[in-house]
Ligand binder design. Structure first.
Ligand code: NAD
Length: 361
């Protein structure tokens, strides 16, 4: 029997992405898998059932019972994991840090679970890096949201009714999402500045046509990531940033430190000091927000400043986000799906790094 590789319709509220696209379904079949999909799984991402040529459409229950390898965007709930085929494998953004009953269920069913957010971010893993591919979409959408919420044009305009000066956009955090935000805001014609505590981002920001905002703080950490700032570094950053924010029209917040709540960078007093009509889009809302006033999932107004805390922005670009996500999974699964069967090399750091649960003994 060839490996049954399957994909369910996502059930998390607001989730529009799908883990299997018609393109990757074809490629998985070429790797020898028997590919199944729940009817309607791709619909919210604009993939019709009929687009999945050669893929078997099976009801959700049948998939849970028979799939050897289940691909997902977000993790199914524990009650569904408890109905999965014993010994099966699950791959997706499983949020392993969420302490809940899923661990016990996975272990009891002897399931192997790969949490893609734990994939080591090495050069070999780049084509499998879902955090990067999804952050790109989120950064892009964050700028479009800011432009939509702003009462100003982003580009400079010379019109018969006078000249409009370009908006000033500040991007906090110049990782994958931040750099995409900088590029997008530039394409919309804004004057863009980027700030990050990793000094190497200066060159990356400048290469995209942005200006590096130098607040005199540097905090390069291990593995290319940032470390947490000391109290003195933070105070200096805050004071200089507060002054600077008075002249900014839109702020896109993307600063993050892996495994920790998002750094608090903008406090209420800084927001109060901003010009009315300014906009803050806080992409870090999911991990608490870079802005003290951010309410995850809401858009509010404070002292004339609009503050948006969007959740799961990547899902709002579901078609391309799914295409990239599904290719990331195809490349990852290619590490252990060979000639239609699953074989894990537990000496491979990409497998051990991303593995959340696997049967013991
Ligand atoms: P992230 O989402 O964890 O963080 C976003 C950004 O916030 C980072 O650039 C970080 O330096 C910045 N930040 C943290 N605290 C801050 C603060 N107090 N003030 C301002 N900025 C702050 O990171 P990410 O976007 O997922 O990745 C960051 C970097 O990791 C990438 O730009 C890249 O250099 C590296 N990376 C490498 C690979 C690879 O294949 N080697 C893959 C992905 C990422």
């Amino acid at each position: 029997m060839p490996t049954v590789l399957a994909c369910l319709q996502e059930r998390a509220p607001g989730e529009r992405r799908v883990a299997l696209t018609p393109e990757t379904a074809r490629k998985f079949a070429a790797l020898g898998a028997s590919v199944w999909i729940e009817p309607g799984a791709g619909k919210a991402a604009a993939f019709a059932d009929a687009d999945y040529a050669g893929v078997e459409r099976r009801p959700r229950e049948a998939i849970l019972e028979a799939a050897d390898l289940l691909l997902c965007v977000q993790s199914p709930e524990a009650a569904e994991l408890a109905r999965m085929k014993p010994g099966a494998t699950l791959v997706g953004l499983l949020a392993p840090y969420r302490a809940d009953e899923r661990e016990a269920v996975l272990d009891a069913r002897r399931l192997t679970a790969f949490a893609m957010e734990r994939l080591p971010r090495t050069t070999r893993a780049q084509s499998m890096d879902v955090l990067s591919s999804q952050a790109g979409m989120a950064g892009y959408k964050a700028v479009l949201l800011a432009a939509q919420l702003s009462p100003r044009f982003f580009p400079m305009l010379s019109t018969a009714a006078g000249t409009i000066r370009p908006s000033k956009v500040l991007v906090l955090g110049a990782g994958v999402a931040g750099l995409q935000a900088i590029a997008t805001a530039r394409r919309l014609g804004a004057q863009v500045e980027g700030f990050d505590v990793r000094p190497e981002t200066r060159e990356q920001i400048e290469s995209l046509g942005g200006r590096f905002l130098d607040l005199g703080v540097s905090a390069a950490g291990r593995g290319g990531y940032a470390r947490e700032l000391s109290a003195e570094e933070r105070a200096l950053q805050q004071q200089r940033l507060a002054e600077h924010l008075r002249g900014v029209d839109a702020v896109i917040c993307t600063a993050a430190v892996p495994g920790r709540p998002a750094p608090r960078i903008i406090d209420a007093a800084m927001v109060a000091g901003m010009r009315p009509g300014s906009v803050v889009v806080d992409l870090a809302a999911e991990t608490g927000g870079n802005c003290e006033l951010t309410r995850p999932g809401e858009t509010i107004e404070h002292a004339g400043v609009v503050l948006a805390g969007p959740l799961n922005l990547a899902s709002s670009g579901a078609l391309h986000a799914s295409e990239m996500y599904a290719r990331n999974l195809l490349n990852f699964v290619g590490l252990f799906l060979k000639d239609g069967t699953l074989a894990f090399d537990w000496n491979d750091d990409l497998l051990t790094g991303s593995c959340w649960r696997r049967p013991q003994g």
